[in-house]
Design a protein around this ligand. Sequence first.
Ligand SMILES: Nc1ncnc2c1ncn2[C@@H]1O[C@H](COP(=O)(O)OP(=O)(O)OP(=O)(O)O)[C@@H](O)[C@H]1O
Ligand SMILES: [Mg+2]
Length: 451
Amino acid sequence: MNIQKLSAKQRELLRWCHRKGGYDNIICDGAVRSGKTVIMAISFVHWAMRYFENQNFAFCSKTVKTCERNVIMPLLSCGDIAEFFDLTYKRSDGVLIIKNGNRKNTFYLFGGKDESSFALIQGITLAGVMFDETTLLPKNFVNQAIARTLSVKGAKLWFNCNPEGPQHWFYNEWLKDSDGANIKNCLHLHFTMEDNPILSAAQIEKAKRLYTGVFYKRYILGLWVAAEGLIYPDIDPVIVKDAPLPKNCMRLMVGMDFGGNRSLTTLVACAITENYESLTALSDYAVSGKKGEIDAARICEKTEEFIKSIYSKYGRYPDEIRCDSAEQYLITTLKNHLIKKGFNIAVKDSDKKEILQRIRCTCSLISNRKLIINSDCRLLINGLKSAVWDQKAASKGKDVRLDDFTSDIDILDAFEYSFSPFIARFTPRLEKNFKDGGGGVTARDFKGYWF
Ligand SMILES: Nc1ncnc2c1ncn2[C@@H]1O[C@H](COP(=O)(O)OP(=O)(O)OP(=O)(O)O)[C@@H](O)[C@H]1O
Ligand SMILES: [Mg+2]
């Protein structure tokens, strides 16, 4: 990687630490892919090597693995760093040694979520720390790392992150202060995608289409907003009257959620096209009945009716039923029932993806117009339209879909089970990073590989 040009914000990120009597610390927050991390790492190395010798520094990310990927690899491949310094990366020790003539400094990698890192960081003295994706790090880990710098004169803390909810501890303890009294003497630079000079207008437009609602505000606009209000505010354009079975339907899936005391057993049939071009919700159904009437036999009978209705409307039986895996006895009963009745339909456990992962996928499918919902799917449409973020959870800084029986979201589980095995296929760019650890809606999950 070579840096050909820099945006004004990136230039400031390279310069701030060399001004006499300037700031002690820096925070770069904002949109995904806006050019915060790589230039921060370069600036951090230049600053460390210019003002210190035989000192220890730390690069902190969620895990050592993400640190290596987000920070170390770009540094190792950066011509502008190689021009000035000799870098030796000892992967097995998680250490990067940087030399400039006789001057040498050691940069340790720490993962905030790696238990071993916590113990290691407690015993070290650091002249500077770069926290990558700070909002994903546990507060006590960050505080421990900060404590390690207190005895070193001229030590600086470097934070970068994407926004989360305004209740996040980092927002409250660091960002608010930097925009207010600034007791911590911290420079705050807010990045948008336009601050990354290598992104074209077309790439930025493409990125914008990946998000809706709260995710759009956080990861495109870079705002610290709570997950509140409607989760799927823009679904009207994807509702289509008499949506047909797509010609290139590759798999016809049924998602099934078993009811409990206060919820119904629900089914949603969805068609998945070749190359994962689209997901069409064709039909939905809820097994109704009075208390005491719904037993395994009724569920089997109603499921059979549902799959027959799919055949009569669309000329094809479902290939697979994905069921709520919490109910193994029911799954076995249904499987045996369908075999006995001569159906060749696989009945399997649902692929239990995190709810937020499923929500992100649905949002991305909606904003890319890859989701089509037959207007007959009244339950599903109602469920999507009434799904809201949990206000109480948001006040504690958590992103949670409200599930208190006031919104009809049982159907959403069934819908999501129908496509969750294929989430990574539908949204490969979104999911690529997700595998590297952690849950929750985070910037890391959304980081796109659009270029
Ligand atoms: N001035 C530049 N010259 C060349 N490449 C750049 C420049 N600025 C950023 N990039 C490239 O743009 C991509 C995104 O940059 P970076 O990872 O620093 O963004 P980010 O804001 O940290 O993103 P995220 O919020 O998703 O972590 C990287 O591949 C990086 O190498
Ligand atoms: Mg980054």
